[in-house]
Design a protein around this ligand. Structure first.
Ligand code: PXG
Length: 299
C-alpha cells in the first residue's frame, strides 16, 4: 500500500504528493519543520513538538490557518490513514507558493505537509558499542541570525557539518558555536557525564532545545542524577567520563570516541546505558494515543 501524505487538507498517494517549485520553502528554505516519533500506538511528546513548531511559525510570521489542536489532529489522522503504530512523522510548514522574490507577501498561503512513515535507525550495534564522532569546522549558526531554536528549513550549516562527518567516515559531527564551545551535533543534542553529573550546553550557547534532551533531563533528575546546563570545551569533552547524544531519530546513543580520543575507556558508560534503558521504557509508556477507541490491553 502506498503511503498517504497530507498536503493542505488533502491526502495524496506518495507518487502524487508534490509541492510547487514556486513554493518559497523550496526556493528560499522559508519554513519550519518537525521530526516526531510514534511508538506502540502513541505519539511521543506531541504537544512539545507542536509548541516548538508554533514558536517557529510565530517568529517567521507564517500565516498558518490551522490551530495547534487542528495540527495535532492532522498528525494523528495521517498516522491513522497509514495504519501506523510505530512511525516517524515529518511535519513541514513552508511559506507557500508565490512569485520569485524573497518577499513573503508574495505567498498568500503556507503549505502544510505531514508525512508519516517508517523510520530507519542507527544499527543496534552502534547503541551497544557507541559512536565515533569528529568536530566539524563548520559552526552552528548564531542565535543573532536564524536562531537555532527555530527548526527551520535552512539546515545548511548542519548539512556542511554532516558532509564533514561523511568525509571522516563517522556517523555524526559535533558542532561548536562561534565562541568555540561545544554546541550540539548536526541532528542531536549532546550530554557528557563528569563525576556522576550530567552536563549539557545551555540554550544560550545556540542549540535547538531538543524534546529528547528535555525528556532525558527530566528522567535523569527523577533518577537522582544532578543535571547542569553549562558550556564546555572540546578539552572537557575529551576528558569526560561518558558522552551520549539525544534526538528524536537517534533517541539516546553513546559516544565513545571524539576526534580520535577515546572517551574514558572507549566503551559506553554505565549512566549512559541506564539512561538509554529508561528512555526506551518511557517512549513505550507515554504519549498521545493514535487509536483511542482501542481498549486497554487489546494489543
Ligand atoms: N539538534 C538539532 C540541530 C536537531 O535538528 C536535535 C538537536 C534533537 O532534537 P529533538 O527534538 O529531536 O530531540 C535535532 C532534531 C532528521 C531528523 O530527519 C532531525 C531531527 C529530528 C528528527 C529527524 O534528520 N533533528
Amino acid at each position: 500500500m502506498s503511503i498517504k501524505v497530507f498536503i493542505n487538507g488533502k491526502y495524496y498517494d506518495k507518487k502524487d504528493a508534490k509541492v510547487s517549485v514556486f513554493d518559497h520553502g523550496y526556493l528560499y528554505g522559508d519554513g519550519v519543520f518537525e521530526g516526531i516519533r510514534a511508538y506502540n500506538g502513541r505519539v511521543f511528546k506531541l504537544d512539545e513538538h507542536l509548541d516548538r513548531l508554533y514558536e517557529g511559525i510565530r517568529t517567521l510570521m507564517l500565516n498558518v490557518k490551522y490551530t495547534k489542536e487542528e495540527m495535532k489532529e492532522i498528525v494523528l489522522e495521517t498516522l491513522r490513514k497509514n495504519n501506523l503504530r510505530d512511525a516517524y512523522i515529518r511535519l513541514v510548514v513552508s511559506r507557500g507558493e508565490g512569485d520569485l522574490g524573497l518577499d513573503p507577501r508574495k505567498c498568500p498561503e503556507p503549505t502544510v505537509v505531514c508525512i508519516a512513515s517508517k523510520i530507519t535507525l542507527y544499527p543496534q550495534e552502534m547503541y551497544e558499542n557507541g559512536l565515533k564522532v569528529v568536530t566539524a569546522a563548520t559552526r552552528r549558526n548564531v542565535p543573532e541570525g536564524v536562531n537555532p531554536q527555530i527548526k527551520s528549513l535552512n539546515y545548511l550549516n548542519n548539512i556542511m557539518a554532516k558532509i564533514e562527518a561523511n568525509l571522516a567516515g563517522v556517523p555524526e559531527a559535533i558542532m561548536l558555536n562561534i565562541d568555540n564551545y561545544v554546541c550540539e551535533c548536526t541532528g542531536d543534542n549532546i550530554f557528557i557525564v563528569k563525576d556522576g553529573k550530567l552536563i549539557t550546553p545551555p540554550t544560550h550557547s545556540g542549540i535547538l532545545i531538543g524534546i529528547t534532551r528535555n525528556a532525558i533531563i527530566e528522567l535523569a533528575q527523577e533518577m537522582g542524577i544532578k543535571v547542569v546546563e553549562q558550556i564546555f570545551t572540546r578539552h572537557e569533552l575529551f576528558n569526560a567520563d561518558e558522552c551520549f547524544l539525544t534526538g528524536t531519530a537517534a533517541e539516546a546513543i553513546p559516544v565513545v570516541n571524539v576526534d580520535g580520543r577515546p572517551i574514558a575507556d572507549g566503551k559506553p558508560g554505565i549512566i549512559t546505558k541506564t539512561i538509554i534503558k529508561k528512555f526506551r521504557q518511557l517512549v513505550q509508556s507515554e504519549g498521545t494515543e493514535i487509536y483511542p477507541e482501542e481498549k486497554q490491553g487489546d494489543e
